[in-house]
Design a protein around this ligand. Structure first.
Ligand code: FES
Length: 408
């Protein structure tokens, strides 16, 4: 299932109508202040780590980062020691990077190829690429080892086309169910293996809570100011249309100035979204930390931000397009496209650390969000719901008000 023509037209017309609106929308609640402690409090951060990052589907890699059997990649996005491995059967799996003898790390390089086996460097226990224990030295010194029970601990791992997701909760439902309307809108991604090419994957430490860059990605209120010399030359900030979706997800279209249109020779990637990637920047947020952004019809990038502490995080971007880095168009079109958009994102990262300094110093106790920043409130409501509101300290809770405005 892809988007209907009616939905595409509705998204475009709502964004255009926003540019004409001059008063607060009738019937929409005033958003309660968001306690700044949610961006600093270690107990709240621990709840997020356990109940949110420990129990939701998380985008972690592009399949082209592990192209061959035996290729592996250690995930540095999470505190848990997890490794992705491509098996002999071509399937990508996720395991704890932990030997079942006495817990040594099996792999210590960030990425590489481990051949046909995973071998522990400590006492040489050997595992298949599919995680089974296949051998160990001096077997006569063990009386009762059950090999079948001593395979590597697996982590739920599903691919959506070329996109690799993991979930630390072994009992989680399928990824497709979790993606909901986002997965339906972008269902063609499941067929884009080999056609949604990875151009680059960059990561950067940022001295702010993980939600601060996420907040910047889900609103356009700042575009005319932070990006006045870059994105604002193309985007009409006021023409921003938003739909809140189930599971904390959302979509957004910010239209180009009248008479402008994205024009790239990259073949389009997701025909089912019609001309939305032509008329503006069209994007999705997938709870908790993934933004999917169309930078024109043949260009998609995937931003994730990962907590490394209550006030620190790591910002990752997977830059993808319908042409790969080896294509003849790459030097003239792909690389400048990545550099321009990377510069826009880094404009945000330059402003954001001051927010964390203010929060940590007690200079601000709550955030006051506008109607156009309601995706941020949607994120917070979903955090409380996912954690279990009764577990959140009373002074840090956000009252739920957006339920009637969630569309799908
Ligand atoms: Fe791996 Fe001993 S800890 S073989």
């Amino acid at each position: 299932m892809t988007m209907s023509v009616t939905l595409i037209d509705t998204i475009k017309s709502r964004a255009a109508a926003e540019a004409e609106r001059s008063t607060y929308p009738d019937g929409f609640p005033i958003l309660p202040p968001v306690p700044a402690g949610r961006y600093r409090d270690p107990d709240f951060a621990a709840l997020e780590a356990e109940a949110v990052f420990g129990r939701t589907w998380l985008f972690v890699a592009h399949t082209e980062e592990l192209p061959e059997p035996g290729d592996f990649r250690l995930l540095d996005q999470l505190p848990q020691p997890i490794v992705l491995v491509r098996g002999q059967d071509e399937r990508i799996r996720a395991f704890y990077n932990t030997c079942k003898h006495r817990g040594a790390a099996l792999l210590d390089e960030a990425e590489g190829n481990t051949g046909r086996r995973l071998t522990c460097p400590y006492h040489n226990w050997v595992y298949s690429l599919e995680g089974a224990l296949v051998g160990y030295p001096e077997a006569g010194n063990f009386a009762d080892l059950d090999r079948d029970c001593l395979g590597l601990t697996t982590v739920r791992c599903e691919v959506w086309g070329p996109l690799v997701f993991i979930n630390l909760n072994p009992d989680a439902g399928p990824l497709t169910d979790y993606l909901g309307a986002v997965g339906e809108d972008l269902s063609e991604i499941s067929e884009l293996n080999g056609r949604l090419r990875l151009a680059d994957h960059r990561a950067r430490e940022v001295p702010v809570n993980w939600k601060i860059p996420v907040d910047a990605n889900v609103e356009t209120y700042h575009v005319n100011y932070v990006h006045r010399d870059t994105a604002a030359k193309g985007l009409r900030q006021a023409a921003t249309g938003i739909q809140l979706l189930g599971n904390g997800h959302s979509r957004m279209l910010v239209r180009l100035h009248d008479g402008m249109q994205f024009d790239t020779p990259f073949p389009p990637l997701v025909g089912g979204v019609g001309d939305l990637p032509l008329v503006g920047t069209f994007s999705y947020h997938v709870f908790p930390n993934l933004s999917i952004v169309f930078g024109g019809p043949g260009f998609l990038f995937f931003i994730t931000n990962w907590p490394t502490g209550p006030g620190t995080s790591t910002y990752h971007v997977h830059w993808c397009s319908s042409v790969g880095p080896d294509d003849e168009l790459a030097p003239t079109l792909l690389e400048p496209f990545v550099e321009f958009n990377q510069a826009v994102l880094f404009e945000d990262l330059k402003v954001l650390p001051g927010i964390q300094v203010s929060i940590d110093a007690g200079g601000i106790d709550s955030f006051r969000l506008s109607y156009q920043e309601r995706r941020i409130y949607h994120l917070h409501e979903t955090l409380d719901r996912t954690i279990g509101v009764e577990r959140v300290a009373e002074q840090l809770r956000v009252p739920p008000v957006l339920g009637p405005f969630v569309e799908a």
